[in-house]
Design a protein around this ligand. Structure first.
Ligand SMILES: *Cc1c(COP(=O)(O)O)cnc(C)c1O
Length: 433
């Protein structure tokens, strides 16, 4: 399979090139040149298959030309060491719980898959250690660090702004040790990102060590997210509820929903999609007007969706040939203020006992407001509410339990390298590695 750039100005790439480079040379996003339909027999039997078996079939359609079947199976099964179950919340609304992985958010799926795929490439080539640089404002760092933890041949450097991530987030990448180095930058997130970007452009550094990024636009993080949409359908079908299913995705950079749309293009029988936004409503406005106007992001309760120029919009646009009409025929939108999010979390908790996190709350609310008679709605619960414990407890008046695997991180000793925001200092540090 070859990969083209959404800007159409860069050469086609192999899977390995697309994964190692992340972004195409023309700054476009890589797209697979073909999306294979899965056979009717697969959909007929899907409700009898396990999540891992379903995921392997989907992975084979994307990566089967590039990776031998047994190796791919191993990568998929090793990635999915946890389940993504569908849980009933109300009569017609179900949560696809994507928070049962090591860092309690859906990004675990893509990060774990990418780590294992990179390791496979390194082993196949017999090449030197690969160094992953990742800047984080909190959640990406934990998913990437844990996804790569203990993976031979890969070292991860997580750059994060000192004092600007929550203690729960910080412990998820500063206590790991082994092949993970946490770098605490005396600055803000943008300083961390600038250091990473400059490192990729520095010839001396690139001659010294092999650098790669694990950005969320990477095809190896993005495509595997399709797995759990198929699982959602399978589990709903097993309940006799698969025939009229609406999928609702709390969206920020739009990577998650775009992988669902890829599933749809492979024949997954989902009726329609809803993109639920917080107050950052750029995509919502695009759906209403056909015009895409990026704006500076606004800070909200659902902060992982605070995105003012969603990077994967380019993929949605490309997938549907830039047709506003086609895009609006598959996807509708919703946008919610922080007050809406709070009210929704309270209403859901009081009427059902289900604790939503602020991101999932946008998804739940959008289904509540727009499901039509006969439709069954499934929303992605993108993170465990305990990841936002202070906010959730304050809104609901609860004292929600912290899952054991999160508490485990908090027991260990923090270990990080202090860094200024000067590139020369960061470079000098890496040259000694
Ligand atoms: C990253 C994230 C999102 C947004 O997902 P996109 O793929 O960027 O649209 C939503 N919720 C949570 C909890 C996240 O971490």
């Amino acid at each position: 399979m070859r990969y083209y750039s959404t800007n159409h100005q860069a050469p086609m790439a192999t899977l390995q090139e697309a994964v190692v480079k992340g972004l195409a040379g023309d700054r476009g996003l890589y797209m697979p040149e073909r999306i294979k339909q899965l056979p009717a027999s697969f959909y007929d039997l899907i409700d009898t298959l396990s999540f891992q078996e379903i995921a392997f079939t989907v992975a084979d359609a994307f990566f089967g030309e590039d990776i031998p079947s047994e190796d791919l199976r191993h990568i998929v099964f090793d990635t999915l060491s946890f389940d993504c179950p569908v849980v009933k919340v109300t009569d017609h609304i179900y949560a696809l719980e994507l928070f049962h992985g090591p860092t309690l958010a859906f990004k675990d799926v893509g990060a774990r898959f990418m780590a294992r795929l990179l390791q496979y490439f390194i082993r196949r080539e017999g090449s030197d250690r690969v160094n992953v640089l990742v800047a984080t404002s909190g959640d990406t760092g934990s998913a990437v660090a844990n996804g790569f933890l203990g993976v031979d041949g890969i070292h991860v450097y997580v750059l994060y702004p000192k004092g600007k991530v929550s203690p729960i987030q910080e412990c998820q990448f500063t206590t790991l040790g082994r092949n993970i180095t946490a770098i605490e930058v005396d600055g803000v997130f943008d300083d961390c990102q600038a250091l990473v970007k400059q490192a990729f452009l520095d010839d001396q550094l690139n001659a010294h060590m092999r650098l790669t990024s694990a950005n969320s636009i990477n095809v190896a993080r993005f495509l595997p997210q399709a797995f759990y949409y198929f699982n959602a359908y399978a589990r709903m079908k097993a309940l006799g509820l698969g025939s009229n299913m609406v999928m609702c995705v709390p969206s920020g950079n739009f990577g998650n929903i775009t992988s669902g749309l890829f599933g749809y293009e492979m024949g997954l029988p989902i009726r329609r999609f809803i993109a639920a936004n917080n107050a950052n409503d750029i995509f919502y406005q695009y759906l209403q007007t056909g015009e895409y106007h990026p704006k500076p992001s606004r800070q909200t309760l659902a902060n992982a969706m605070d995105v003012g120029d969603p990077s994967n919009f380019a993929r949605v646009y490309d997938l549907y040939g830039g047709s506003h009409e086609r895009i609006t025929s598959y996807i509708s939108g919703a946008t919610y203020s922080d007050d809406d999010i709070r009210a929704t979390m309270r209403e859901c908790y009081e009427s059902t006992g289900y604790v939503l996190d602020p991101h999932g709350a946008c998804g739940y609310r959008a289904l509540q407001e727009s499901l039509r008679p006969g439709e069954e709605g499934v929303f992605c619960e993108t993170a465990h509410p305990a990841k936002f414990k202070e906010k959730v407890d304050e809104i609901l008046g609860t004292d929600i339990a912290i899952p054991t695997r999160l508490a485990e991180f908090m027991k260990d000793k923090k270990n990080s390298v202090e860094m200024t925001r000067k590139f020369e200092d960061f470079k000098a540090f890496l040259l000694k590695e």
